[in-house]
Design a protein around this ligand. Structure first.
Ligand code: PYC
Length: 316
């Protein structure tokens, strides 16, 4: 049996499963090449951890490895039931809370290497975490696309550690009762973007769709619905999505440097965001809290026909 040791947490309702042991050792490779090696040669490990029968499409995995940069506490690769993520905001808050739970770090600032850059995480005594994310920017403003069944939809394309299409959806009811219709709308937008050849920089696929509407109360600035790669929606307000939103607000002059933005998720959890201006965009700081909620080992029995998940994967 192969054994994979993990600790689960959730950040604003969105789960992170941090993998401690059991994956192939890729530490001899630079971080981006580790992602390629995982995808090419060991993709079944991703599928086993982040999909059925051991998880569901909402699970985000975080493979913890030794740091690649001097001064960092660890490196991490994020993934879900369909593939790999660049950065993950809720996941990073979860990883920091988990490292604290394991006694590996205490309050203070800790750097974490991700495939799209090193992020800085401030763990406070009360368990809350502020992440200084990778440089984020709006790539294109006011891009229109014809969406089957919905007509013309206009949004901005922005990078926040992943690629997002951000749509003002004030005409839609943003609450849990409307998740099905929000999901259908977001999936249709993503399909339309792909069909129309609309991408992020260098032809990158836009795999996250973010809809914005009115928050549930006046102390908050906005409520979002975020479609993640695959068909799951983010239960948290999405750290990289909030970073992309801050980049658009900054570009439009709608939020000043240092001012706080309170982003509510579709299930009512909240991240606070602010930014500082840098060459080429902004550096967002996203704050939230994660709670450790499980730990254990996953067992891969070679006799089990669904040992590596229900779907065949691209590589063994
Ligand atoms: O918090 O950045 C995030 C995220 C991405 C996908 C799910 N959560």
């Amino acid at each position: 049996m192969i054994k994979i040791r993990y600790v689960d947490s959730h950040t604003g309702g969105e789960p992170t499963r941090m993998v401690l042991e059991g994956f192939p050792d890729l530490s001899h490779l630079p971080l981006r090449q580790r992602v390629e090696a995982l995808r090419r040669d060991h993709d079944r490990y991703r599928a086993a951890v982040a999909s059925e029968p051991r998880a569901s499409d909402v699970m985000v995995g975080a493979l913890l490895m030794p740091p690649t940069e001097t001064g960092s506490v660890a490196s991490v690769i994020y993934f879900n039931n369909v593939g790999y993520l660049g950065m993950c905001g809720h996941g990073t808050i979860g990883v920091i809370a988990t490292l604290r739970y394991l006694g590996r770090i205490g309050p203070g600032v800790h750097r974490l290497d991700t495939p799209v850059g090193t992020v800085s995480c401030d763990l406070r005594g009360d368990g809350s975490v502020s992440i200084e994310n990778v440089t984020s920017y709006r790539y294109r403003k006011g891009v229109s696309v014809e969406v089957d069944g919905f007509g013309t939809v206009t949004g901005d394309i922005a990078w926040g550690g992943n690629w997002f299409f951000l749509v003002d959806a004030k005409d839609r009811t943003m609450d849990v009762k409307h998740i099905d219709s929000l999901q259908k709308f977001a999936v249709a937008i993503r399909e339309a973007l792909a069909k129309s050849g609309i991408t992020g920089r260098d032809g990158a696929e836009i795999d996250h769709i973010e809809l914005f509407g009115a928050p549930s109360n006046a102390s908050l600035d906005s409520r979002n619905f975020v479609l993640c790669p695959g068909s799951a929606y983010d239960r948290s307000p999405c750290g990289t999505g909030t970073s992309a939103k801050l980049a658009c607000l900054a570009a439009d002059g709608k939020l000043a440097e240092g001012e706080t933005w309170r982003q509510e998720s579709i299930v009512g959890s909240v991240f606070e965001g602010r930014y500082r201006q840098v060459d080429g965009g902004i550096v967002p700081t996203i704050s939230g809290t994660a709670y450790v909620c499980g730990e254990g080992s996953l067992l891969m029995d070679p006799a089990d026909p669904f040992c590596w998940g229900l779907q065949p994967v691209a590589s063994p």
